[in-house]
Every structure is written in C-alpha cells, then in structure tokens.
Design a protein around this ligand. Sequence first.
Ligand code: GGG
Length: 354
Amino acid sequence: RQMATAARQSLKIGLIPADGIGKEVIPAAKAVLEALGSDIPKPEFVPLLAGWEVFTRGGNALPHETVDALKECDAALFGAVSSPTRRVTGYSSPIVQLRKELDLYANVRPVASVAANPGGKPDVDLVVVRENTECLYVKQEQITPTENGREARAIRLITERASSRIGKMAFDIALGRPRKQVTIIHKSNVLSVTDGLFRETVRAVPALPEINGAYDNVKIEEQIVDSAVYRLFREPEIYDVMVAPNLYGDILSDAAAALVGSLGLVPSVNAGDSFVMGEPVHGSAPDIEGKGIANPLAAIRSAALMLRFQGHTVGADRIDRAVEQVIREGEVLTPDLGGTSKTQEVLDAVLKKL
Ligand code: GGG
C-alpha cells in the first residue's frame, strides 16, 4: 500500500521519541533518513513531546500542540512509551490516543528472519496486520464494589467498519507478497459475537463490490488465536499475512519477534489512509535506558517502512539493505542480539553500508 506523497519536494516528519530508549533510537532513525540525500524529498524534522515523562512534568501525556503539529506533518516517527501498569488519574497512553486521534487504523508489523541472525529461526517471513483503534483498547473499563469484593469490567468493541478496512489493508499487503495468503486470527469459538463479526467481515472483503475481484488470487485461511500462537512457534513458515483484532495482534507480533532474534529488530507503522507513523515494536526498556546499548535497528527499519508506505521505495530499499547487511555480517550488534556494540556503533555501521 502506498500513499500518494512520493512526488513531494519536502517531507515534514514529526519526531516523538517519548520515553526511555525511544530517546536513543529515534535520533538514530533520523540520522539514517538524513543520510539518504536525494533519494527522498528533503526531510524537515519537527521534534514533538508525548509520554509518561511529559505527563509527570505537565499533567498531559499527549499535549494538544503535538497532535496539532502532527496534522501539519506528512509522516511521523514514534519511539516508545512507559505507561504505568497501575491506574493513574488523568493519564492515558499517548500512543493509543494518537492512533485514534489520527485514525491510524492499521498497525503493520513485518517480521522476517535474516539468515545467520543470532537466535533467529530461518523461515520466518510474515506480516502481522493489527487493527489499531478498537477491541479492548477502547479502554472503557469500570470497577465497582460488590458484596464479594471489587468487580472489574471492560468493553470490547469490534465494528464492521474497522474490521472491513483492516481486512482491506491485509489483502492489499498480501497482494504485494509472493505467497498472497491472509490468515484471519480470531477466537470466535468462544467470543462468537465480537470475534465472529471480525472473522465474518474480513472474510467478506474480497466479495465487496468496490473490490472488483482484485483479491481473487489471495488465499484466505483462518486460525483460532491460541492455536495460531502454537503453530507460530512450531511452524512459522506457514504464515504470510496475519490479520487480527487489536489485542491479539499486539501479542502475536511480540511473540513473532522472538523468532527472529530480538524485539529490537522489528519495525512497524501505524497507517491510516493519508498519514503514516513509524514505530519500533519494542517498548521503552527502562532496564537499559541511558546505557547507550539500545538496538536502533527496529527504529531505523520503521523509518524505512514509513518511507515505503509513502511510495519512497528507493530510500526504503537502501535502508533495508544496509540493515540486513549489518545483521548478516554479525560484527556490530547490540547485546540483545548477543553482541557488545553500542547504539552509536550500530548506527555508524548502518550509515557506512547505506
Ligand atoms: N513502541 C512500542 C511501545 O512503546 N510499546 C509499549 C507499549 O505499547 N506501551 C503502551 C503504553 O505504554 O501505553
């Protein structure tokens, strides 16, 4: 899927490092974009604030200035956020909010192994297409006291509209891949209403009149989510494009990252119809924050994926090739991949290959 921005003269990119190692890996992605020269429109970077740290300073995890500025940008890169695991009055995850505010309804997470990548399995080449705006992430939770203690409830929203558009995104992505296969992930044997609607709606996408038979060559499979996880670990090669409601997609893509050596390698984009925001799949990693050893490759690859969605394929290909060479050679790797190199050294190695 490509947005029609390839012909622009400049590329205004919002940079939101947010928390933890987001502040270490987003500058690396920026440096790689700057090094592409005339292969992409001249990038103009707009530094923007969001995250837990911003909340602790000013009481708002997603200042409205950030959202307003993003609406003036062509694209964005987001780092990582450290939301607390307990409820904090007034706090709401900025990344979840941003995806909704900008209607970035698809989280696209390609997971592929590079030969000789330490700890990686050889045969993984899949894309998790995660619905990004609903499911349990609508965050309508309630807790009430009862005579037997507190009772907590959450609403899980699945709509035909969101399921249909994520289905289209998955089929479009499958069309551009050699195997052309979409596996619908669900649990409609238990959640027959919500997951039933997701499954049925995605299945019906190829027959929609506006599709005009465009997906006729795409093979449709489906899999119950628990069995999908089992098979993902035993025979990951069976998957091509996996399309899933928000929560399953979130979990599946982190799990799939384990098959290719490290979460530090896996990129994503949050995509809508006219805006795209790259974001490494990894979180803010407070355990290694400030040590200079965060793996910048997922953020760098997210920048490439962002460019790819915008139609800047030459720049995207250059980045992906450079990253692959660095991983394949295995000489300059951060500790998550068994190496001893620093973030800056990995960045330098990528820049050299570029
Ligand atoms: N870049 C992905 C990321 O930040 N992951 C952690 C995450 O999803 N956190 C949700 C949150 O903290 O609100």
